[in-house]
Design a protein around this ligand. Sequence first.
Ligand SMILES: [Zn+2]
Length: 140
Amino acid sequence: MRIAPTSVPPRISAPRWRRFLPAGAAGLALGALVFFFNPATHGFYPACVFHSLTGWNCPGCGATRALHALLHGNVRLAWRDNALFVALLAGLVLYGFRFAGRRQKSSAGRRWAHCLWALVGASILFAVLRNLPGYEWLSP
Ligand SMILES: [Zn+2]
């Protein structure tokens, strides 16, 4: 007896938010770790390799302390630890609220490329400025 081929059932795509579930869970776990263990007083956080090698602050130096301060509601201390991180986080939250649930346009890839280049440029500028005399207020 021969079995007739059946048609392939239609693929049911998962909701868009499920794609971000692993990253969201990892972010929550990392946020809980930083919330309960202050990076300024607990030494198990990895040290910045760039700072260890050069003595200069990279664009990310102070970001963990800034996250800890933000999670405890201290925006001023967070801004002092890493202003770029706070600004990027605020921008990311605003972007998330603005585009949540919208369908992506065909130009979204080009927009992301522009954002990425702007981020690279801002990071380089921030890294240079925070290591110059007179801009110590940008250093953690
Ligand atoms: Zn660093």
